[in-house]
Design a protein around this ligand. Structure first.
Ligand SMILES: *Cc1c(COP(=O)(O)O)cnc(C)c1O
Length: 467
């Protein structure tokens, strides 16, 4: 057989198995259907290469300054991850050690959040803060229902009070679990929920108030103690005892290390539950979150299901059944690896970069800072009304994208919807060197936009091309 003939020999399903160079194999050389299952199989290397190449077109995660989610872990964590990707968190019987480690982690977190008696706190891992918030909200709703029923009162119209700047998961919670969402609008004077006129929103049907430690739009903390004091005043006047759930998706793993004196957590008796995203400043890959209740009594028993565990049973409270267990082990790795001192060092370094960037960007001229990164290492700025520019923050965002950076610009929530801000989330991995490059690219982008004689055309969202 000649060499040429053999290279044309076809495999069972049309793959030329042995000699065809990678990018000339069927699959790579042929246009694959995008929305229907291919008729035939292909070689694993070919499938790998196709998926690998498509993923290459995604942004570079390290240059994505829009996301809060961890994009880097140490090689030892990567090793642990690949060793444990097959573990299913719900199989407590099969993976009792992972179950035990999960409990250790949320107990450590309960202590970090100053639960009065961590031995009597209760908590669980989740897929992220969204699931954790659903669970926190469900517990508030059920407790309210129980109290209302016991008093012979209607449970028809529950409501939840929160800032108009809440993350979308709270809108989802209210929609999915049929709770009226009562948004307190943000304003120029009250840029976060701070207790101002809270009495106009809270009534006998209020299941709870959400306080955010690290507002997604700006990174600012809501003053939980002040919100709690406003609820004390409401209770004194009306007898209503309304509890707080703290959404600490990002700040829950920042405040204990960078602002240990700030009272935002279980030190405030009104705080019933707190959530955080382990995959944000918990420094773990996506998707892992935590929710902890002050005491077991704050989580109504009737919401808890029992799964078989070593012949006994294990209480669980979750929306998902099967979900990955590896992230829980990664969290334990990070807790052991960093300890209090290590977390403090990592978060402080991140905050220092945020403060440096915000100071430099604030001094550039056209911008007004909305926050400086001193709460969580996230800050936002607006274009000054008197900046006299032909361009907008969306144009700047578009220019930065050409340099590889993702720095989103978006309108503020209800109450300030006329204000557009641009935001940077500083994460572990954006060091001073990259920050210097980013500042240079922002300056170059401003110089370019300033050099144009008239307003540049409106940037077109990439997604628009796909539809
Ligand atoms: C990110 C975030 C969420 C949602 O968290 P996921 O872990 O992405 O589900 C909820 N609330 C706040 C304040 C957030 O920043």
């Amino acid at each position: 057989m000649t060499r040429r003939a053999s290279s044309n020999r076809r495999g069972l399903r049309g793959d030329s198995v042995d000699l065809n160079p990678l990018f000339t194999r069927p699959g790579e050389a042929v246009d694959l259907p995008l929305f229907s299952l291919p008729d035939d199989e292909m070689l694993p290397e070919t499938a790998y290469q196709i998926v690998h190449d498509e993923a290459m077109l995604d942004g570079n995660a390290r240059l994505n300054l829009a996301t809060f989610v961890g994009t880097w872990m140490e090689p030892q964590a990567d090793k642990l991850y690949s060793e444990t990707v097959d573990k299913n968190m719900i199989d407590k019987d099969e993976y009792p050690q992972t179950a035990a480690i999960e409990e250790r982690c949320w107990r450590m977190i309960a202590e970090l959040w100053n639960a009065p008696d961590p031995a009597h706190a209760i908590g669980t891992s989740t897929v992220g803060s969204s699931e954790a918030c659903m669970l926190g909200g469900l517990a508030l709703k059920r407790r309210w229902q129980q109290a209302r029923r016991a008093a012979g009162l209607s449970t028809e119209r529950p409501n939840l009070v929160m800032s108009s700047a809440v993350q979308v998961c709270w809108e989802k919670f209210c929609n999915y679990f049929e709770v009226e969402a009562r948004y307190v609008p943000v304003s120029d004077e009250h840029r976060v929920l701070d207790g101002y006129r809270l009495e106009d929103y809270v009534d006998e049907n209020t299941i709870g108030v959400v306080a955010i430690m690290g507002v997604t739009y700006t990174g600012a903390y809501e003053p939980v103690a002040q919100i709690s004091a406003a609820l004390d005043a409401i209770q004194e006047r009306t007898g209503l005892d309304v509890r707080i759930h703290v959404d600490g998706a990002s700040g829950g793993m920042i405040a204990p290390f960078l602002q240990p004196e700030l009272e935002w957590d279980f030190r405030l008796p009104r705080v019933a539950s707190i959530n955080t995203s382990a995959h944000k400043y918990g420094l773990v890959y996506p998707g892992l979150g935590w929710v902890v209740w002050r005491t077991a009594a704050d989580l109504p028993e009737e919401l808890v299901f029992r799964v078989s565990y070593l012949g006994g049973d294990m209480p669980t409270f979750a929306l998902n059944f099967s979900r990955p267990g590896a992230q829980v082990l990664l969290q334990y790795y990070t807790f052991l690896r960093l300890g209090r001192a290590g977390y403090t060092a990592v978060q402080a370094a991140t905050r220092d970069v945020a403060l440096h960037l915000s100071r430099e960007i604030g001094a550039m001229g056209p911008f007004e800072l909305w926050s400086d990164g001193g709460d969580i290492p996230v800050f936002a700025w607006a274009l000054r009304a008197d900046a006299g520019r032909n361009w907008t923050l969306e144009h700047l965002s578009d220019r930065l994208r050409a340099h590889g950076w993702l720095v989103p610009a978006y309108p503020m929530p209800a109450g300030l919807e006329d204000v557009t801000v641009q935001r940077i989330v500083v994460r572990n991995g954006l060091g001073f060197n990259l920050a210097r490059d980013l500042l240079a690219d922002i300056r170059a982008s401003i110089a370019y936009l300033d050099s144009l004689d008239s307003a540049p055309p409106a940037p077109v969202a990439k997604a628009a091309f796909h539809h």
